[in-house]
Design a binder for this molecule. Structure first.
Ligand SMILES: [Zn+2]
Length: 623
């Protein structure tokens, strides 16, 4: 009986003992261990090192759109976003207003029009042009217009009743996308977006619907000297960019585009004051206070994950959860936990960044009037739950205090990354940060559009600050985030994730499942990521900014000769990463068949080029 009791309480006794030891260690420790200011893997360069991205002159791609079709307008917007990221120069022609130019002037043509009859005779010329060697992409499924009825068989379509089909998700049949195969990607709100059809056997089907039907959603087919890539997916938006990018890269003998090559994990509100008291689920599962939970369970678990995958966390400091919005801002005297966690984070090669003196977004009254959602003139509706700041001076003083605080706690560290509280940032504050705090090199907010959130692209802004959006967040990586992560890994070769210590307290962020389950889900995501891209660079927040800056300014032109693919890089500084998909005649000896850089096979004909100079030559394999 007695033994049984001890056995029952053994886990708690062990936790208590470990906690006591750690507490002694922390209290007794004047010195929290040292960290060497780590050399940045890739640093942000002065903006003047780069030349403004130059227009290339003649466009390689013709995009046919129709401003009178709703889907076509969506596709147009998506493609402009995608092509600006892949540095594709394209001519967009609105077929409802403009004459269709000569196809012979282009290497690739994208058709984003549901009803091609508006093209008239030019529709039939398209396939002649493909036969002669052109690369043709159908961006979304067409209606059953006369043109498609006549020519669909040449695009590989064997049978179709012109009905639309609702795919619950998508599944890969090839290695087209890293991390794509072996897993179904579920669409949260599917609708009838794909054309019901069957294909001839000479098509290479890359993507199908994630159900028993396995409806072809993306295929390619050779036609004469050219190629057709057919996207029968029909769902668009920023989260799917990488799918369309991968499809586009199948056109032509090869296609190269600059990438970031970086994986970053942010810890928002860390270090920060720990909420006092207990939380239902922490109490339920561990029987300890929230503070003890973070010290003895959460943080060791996160460090274990970091160790396992080589992650280097970037912690974003909140000094005080007060609602103070007027200078002067009192220093938080309770610094022990800040020192303990921050020093540990730095010792493991992480980074300390700025989140806020408190958690009130830097916005003054009226900032969110520009956001359409819910705002009706005269009946102004507030879009967020915080108070406004009164002046730019107060906002500046709060950041000054935060910087003073971090410098006192972490000698030798210059915080260079700012994460806006709740990912909300006004343009006034953005300008203040750029003008008054030259040490801030990067702003890390979010990639996907929200209501009032500060939404970003991966780019260097005109004021010199590098925009480094976070793509996904939290421990509960849902199906939308899985798609976003897949898309971005394959488009930008990037992973960017943030979480908060208090995710584990918040029911909306999965708290009820318990930390054990949440940590398991996070581990599962990391396993997927590093399984798909084992060599991706683990970067901290400001290193990510350095990588994004180089990516943003880099441009690649490619020339394909009989024997080789020649890449000319503009704005090359000290390093550059490029994805190239080689469609046939892949190099046979990766070490020997490249000059000016190194070549790594990523599967599916995709290669990562790490350039060491501004001219890279890749030998083509045997035909
Ligand atoms: Zn926060």
């Amino acid at each position: 009986m007695k033994h049984e009791k001890i056995f029952r309480f053994l886990p708690i006794i062990i936790i208590c003992a470990a906690f006591c030891l750690l507490s002694f260690a922390m209290v007794g420790q004047q010195f929290y261990g040292s960290y060497a200011p780590s050399e940045r893997v890739v640093d942000v360069l002065p903006a003047q090192n780069f030349e403004a991205p130059a227009a290339r002159g003649s466009a390689e791609c013709l995009v046919l759109v129709n401003s009178k079709e709703a889907n076509s307008v969506l596709a147009w917007k998506d493609m402009e976003g995608l092509f600006s990221q892949m540095k594709v120069e394209a001519d967009y022609v609105d077929v409802s207003k403009e004459a269709v130019p000569e196809y012979a002037d282009y290497k690739r043509i994208v058709l984003a029009v549901a009803d091609s009859s508006v093209l008239g005779e030019k529709a039939y010329e398209l396939l002649d042009w493909v036969n002669g060697g052109g690369g043709f992409m159908v961006y979304f499924p067409p209606l059953g217009d006369v043109f498609f009825r006549a020519l669909s068989s040449q695009m590989g379509v064997q049978e179709t009743g012109w009905e639309m089909y609702e795919s619950p998700g998508f599944r890969f049949k090839t290695d087209l996308m890293m991390g794509g195969k072996g897993k179904d990607f579920i669409i949260e709100e599917p609708y009838e977006a794909s054309l019901s059809l069957s294909l001839s056997s000479d098509c290479t089907v890359h993507m199908v619907s994630a159900d028993d039907r396995e409806l072809p959603l993306l295929w390619e087919r050779d036609l004469g000297e050219g190629k057709i890539v057919f996207m029968n997916f029909g769902i668009m938006g920023k989260a799917y960019r990488g799918l369309y990018g991968a499809a586009y890269s199948l056109l032509g003998e090869a296609f190269a585009w600059p990438v970031i090559n970086g994986s970053a994990f942010y810890l928002d509100d860390f270090p920060s004051p720990v909420p006092s008291g207990t939380s239902t689920y922490i109490q339920r599962d561990y029987g300890v206070s929230v503070g003890d939970f973070y010290t003895n369970i959460w943080w060791p678990d996160l460090l274990e994950l970091a160790e396992k995958y080589g992650i280097r966390y970037s912690g974003m400091v909140i000094e005080d959860y007060s609602d103070k919005r007027e200078a002067p801002f009192a220093a938080n005297q309770n610094t022990q936990r800040f020192r303990y966690f921050g020093t540990e984070l730095l010792r493991k090669g992480g980074e300390i960044g700025l989140h806020g003196y408190n958690h009130i977004p830097l916005c003054m009254e009226g900032f969110d009037r520009d956001f359409g959602n819910g705002y009706v003139p005269g009946t102004y509706e507030r879009l967020f739950d915080y108070d406004y700041w009164n002046s730019r001076e107060d906002m500046r003083a709060s950041i000054e205090e935060l910087i003073r605080f971090t410098e006192e706690l972490y000698p030798g560290v210059t915080a260079a990354t700012y994460v806006p509280p709740s990912n909300i940032l006004s343009s006034d504050a953005r300008q203040m940060l750029a003008e008054d705090f030259p040490q801030i090199k990067a702003i890390a907010s979010i990639y996907f559009e929200g209501d009032v959130e500060y939404t970003q692209e991966f780019e260097a802004a005109e004021d010199g600050i590098v925009e480094t959006p976070r793509i996904i967040s939290g421990c509960v990586i849902d199906s939308f985030m899985e798609i976003g992560a897949l898309s971005e890994l394959n488009l930008h070769y990037v992973n960017s994730h943030f979480q908060h210590p208090d995710d584990v307290l918040d029911e909306e962020r999965g708290a009820e499942a318990g930390w054990e389950a949440m940590r398991g889900r996070l581990d599962e995501y990391m396993r997927w990521l590093y399984g798909a891209a084992p060599a991706i660079r683990n970067l901290t927040a400001v290193e990510m900014a350095g990588a994004v800056q180089r990516y943003y300014y880099l441009d690649v032109t490619q020339e394909i000769t009989e024997d080789a693919i020649v890449l000319e890089l503009s704005n090359f500084q000290d390093e550059a990463y490029i994805f190239i998909r080689i469609n046939g005649r892949e190099p046979e000896n990766l070490a020997e068949d490249i000059t000016g850089g190194t070549l790594t096979a990523m599967g599916g004909g995709l290669y990562l080029v790490e350039a060491s100079q501004n001219r890279v030559v890749i030998q083509r394999g045997e035909a």
